[in-house]
Design a protein around this ligand. Sequence first.
Ligand code: ADP
Ligand code: MG
Length: 620
Amino acid sequence: MKIEKYSFKSESKQLLNLMIHSLYSNKEIFIRELISNASDAIEKSRFMLLSKEKILNNNIKYEIKIYLDEKNNKITIRDNGIGMTKKEVIKNLGTIAKSGTKNFIKSIKNNKKNNFIGKFGVGFYSAFIVSKEVHVNTLSIHNNKTKNSIIWKSSGDGKYSIEKSKKKNVGTDVILFLKNSENYLTNYYTIKNIIKKYSDHIDIPIKIKKYNKNNKTHEWKQINSSEALWTLEKKNISKEKYINFYKYITNDNFDPIIWSHNKVEGNIEYTMLLYIPSKAPWDIWNREKKGGLKLYINKVYIMDDVEQFLPNYLRFVKGIIDSKNLPLNVSREILQTNKNIETIKKIITKKILILIQKIDKKKYITFWKEFGSIIKEGIAEDIENKQIISNLLLFSSINTNSTKKYLSLNEYVKNMKKFQKNIYFITSDNYKSAKNNPHLEIFKKKEIDVLILHERIDEWMMNYLTEFKGIKFQSVNKFDETFDKTINKNIEKNKKKIERIKHIATKIEKILKNKIKKVNITYRFSETPVALTTDSNEMSTQMAKLFSAAGQKIPKIKYIFEINPNHKIIKMISKISNEKNFKQWTKMLFEQAILNEKGSLTEPNKFIKRVNNLLTKNIS
Ligand code: ADP
Ligand code: MG
């Protein structure tokens, strides 16, 4: 085979440049990336032999060896992992950012801290931050007999070449020809410190060849402590080690908020190490992307992103689970049907919910901002833990001036008025319009707090969240007779008033007969003449909006038309004798109410015409 030449995709060139420049201040991470790849390759080899030959401890002595060549300004990182075939080299190293995307370029541009590196499969290319040329000499485990090894070469300038090589042992050498400015990286202590910092917990020995001045020989020194962190006693693991391990398994640059490390003994034995990140990944809403835990069986890595251990609403949780009881030939399919998994999942779920409750108050706000709307899914998804989840929820309310107030249900309940029977809430697609909604007038007047729910998921969640500690939730947009009774101390007096105005209500009902369910006379409003509510069994406006945004057909909502007999306009129209005129006023008021409820009208021009007509006409 002669030398074959290839070029990266044009997008890749751009990406490579961006990455090299934006990561320069953090350049030492290339070691972490290359060691992580070497360790992945070794884990793959271990797992392959395990599933093929059903041997847990094969005889291969896995290790990662680092050769420092000060004279030639060169570093080699050698692993005896799975290696790559030619096809794999082209596929894995020929496409930068396999998940391929503008998204990545965007995020790397916007994010100076670059906590994205690695997540997109650009880890390997960090080698070019410090190297003028990189060679990858590799022999795949599948080619062990033919010794068909190959070498990949690139200067990171958009092109690479592939040719035959003479590698005898399965595995991969990554050879870095350092830029002149980076020659200090060939120093034993420099590299040792970087490895200690980033890769200490990797459970494969990482060795560096060290020159011994005394007897003038070279010797291999193991750098990392090489223990699977989760198998150690909790008391022997420092905070820093936990954090470093988190960063290693997630490629996150931010510290986790909190973690929990537990060994479960009994019928099913397993260890779990669970972390709550402090930032949501940019693609947390991508439903196709699986989140999940890393699965190990008896310290042997099995697979990533095993989502079967987590309910969907906790998909942001990271960590590992190591079990002794799962079959060695475990696959995703087996996981789906294995009974033990369900049990483990239940315990993990509880553990995480308890862990979240332990987050201190200040950090909890950060947590809520990042993951609150995902936690809300749990109210519908996890009936068993609904009570605990509802304790986690935070809301804004009308007693606050911004969306930034975070009120828990416990706090709300504590501040409830003596005569107040329900937890009141309003749903809307934005905070401002919810806050100015006429339904809230009476609550503001009586100083009753109302939760403001303005996220997309809220309306859906409230279908499942019907009570908290025995107190029912009540939407202020829904017709609520009990409330009218609670606040109306002068019911008798009002009754007479209502009698007097009833004929108007009947007249209005006739005019709007096809559009509304009924007219209700209410004393809830002060500044608003009319408003709409829905019956408790009717779909709410907000829900209807969500459905139609999702392209679903929805039945027409039949509203209750609430009129405020104390309002000037209602008093005024009750004196109108001209039928036609009265009809115009009624329709205009109805349209006003719709506008308030929905934020828009189907035929705004008709409404404007009507208003203008009425404005220019004398009442007779
Ligand atoms: P990631 O590790 O996130 O997949 P990288 O850019 O770090 O992305 O590596 C790209 C791919 O190249 C890896 O997924 C792996 O398939 C392959 N690879 C890199 N280094 C090695 C290695 N030392 N041995 C075998 N395969 C490797
Ligand atoms: Mg990698």
